[in-house]
Ligand binder design. Sequence first.
Ligand code: HAM
Length: 415
Amino acid sequence: MAMQAPKGTKDLLPMDSYKWHYVENKFKELADEYGIREIRTPMFEHTELFTRGVGETTDVVQKEMYTFEDKGGRSVTLKPEGTAPAVRAFIESSLYNEAQPTKLYYFTPAFRYENVQKGRLRQFHQFGIEVFGSKEASIDAEGISLAMRAINELGLKDLSLNINSLGCPECRKKYNDALKQFLQENYEGLCGTCKSRFERNPMRILDCKEKKCKEITKNAPTILDYICDECKDHFEELKKYLQAMDIEYTVDPNIVRGLDYYTKTVFEIIYKDLTVCGGGRYDKLIEELGGPDMPAFGFAAGLERLIMTLDAEGLEIPNSSYIDLYVGAMGADAKIASLKLINNLRKKGVKCDCDHMNRSVKASMKYANKTNCRFTVILGDNELQLGTAKLKRMSDGEQFEVNLKDLDSIVELLK
Ligand code: HAM
C-alpha cells in the first residue's frame, strides 16, 4: 500500500509555497512595523503547561491533545497553540526584567486531534502575537488593528470583527452563577457535553453548536450585564480606540472562546462564516504559570484558513518564484559555459537555471514555457565563438541580442 499522510495533515507542495510566503511575509512585514519581535518555542512542551495554561475543562485539553510519554517517562504534548509556550519562555528567560511591554510574534505549527473538516486540520499553522506587561486597552486595539490590516491587505475585504468582554474572575463568578441559575431549568435538555460543562465551565455552553443547546441559551443572560466597572471601562476604551482607527466592529456577547485563560477583551475575525483569527486578553495566565502578576494580550490567525479563503475567492497571489532566465546548452563546451553564466548571474541576484536533462532546443523551449521562465537563451558552438546570444522573452517571443561577457546589460534586460 502506498503511504499516505496522516489524516488531518497536509503537505505544502512546491507549486503552492509562494502563497504561504506571501501570507507569511505580510504578517512579518506588519509585525516589524508594529515593533514586534519574533519568538520560536519548541514543538513540544511538558503536558502540564497546557493542562494548567489552556485549562483542564477545555476541549483542547480534554479531547484534542497529542500527548505521549517520551523515552524518559515524561509526559509531553505537541503544542496545540502558541500562547502558553510563549508565556513559559517569557517567564523562564525572565523577559519581564526587560523594558515593557514585551511584544512577540510567532509562526508555529499547532496540533489538535479534531474532527477533520473544511478548515479544520490536525496539524495546522498559526501566525500569532503575544504582548506582555500592559493592561491598557490600547494594546488590545493595536493588536486587533494589526490582525485586521494584515488580513485586509491580503485581499480579504469583507471581514467581520466581533468583540466581547469576559470580565475579570470576579465578574465571571457572578455571571456563572446567574447563567447556571438560568440553565438549571433546562438542564435535562442540554447535550451530554454541556451537562458536563454545567458545573465546571458553564460559559462554554454558550458556544455549543448543538441545536437544542443553542435553543436553550438563546435568551440566556449575557456577560456584559455582569461585568464590573473596571472591566466595563476597559471595554469602552477599547471601542473608542477602535473607532479612532476606523475599525468597524460588532459586539457579540456570545463569544466565549475555546481556551480558558481569557479575561476582559475577546475577539474573533470572521470571513464568510469561517473564523480566521481569534484572541484576547489573558491577565492572569503569566502569574498562574509561575511568573509575576503581569497582564497580557494576544491573538492567532490560522494560515491554512486564510490561504484556503484566498484560493476560494480567486484572489491573485503574486508569484515571484519563477525563474528569470533558463539557459539551454547544445554540446559539452556550451554546458560548461551555461553553468558559468548562471553562476555569475546568480551572484548578481538573477534567478536562473540551466538544462540538466540534455534537452533539445525545442524541448528547452517547451520546458521554459511550462515552468513560466521569463527569458530563455540557448548556447551552442556558434554563440560561444561569437560571444553573443539571443535572449528570448517568453511572453511575446521577442529576441534580444546580448554580449555574453556583459553581464550587467543582461541583468538590466532581465529586470
Ligand atoms: P484559537 O482560536 O484556538 O486561538 O486558534 C486561532 C486560529 O487558529 C483560529 O481562529 C483558526 O483560524 C485557527 N485554527 C484553530 N484550530 C484549527 C484547526 N484545527 N485547523 C485549522 N485552523 C485552526 C488560539 O490558538 C489562541 N492561542 C490565540 C491567542 C493568542 N489568544 C491569545 N493569544
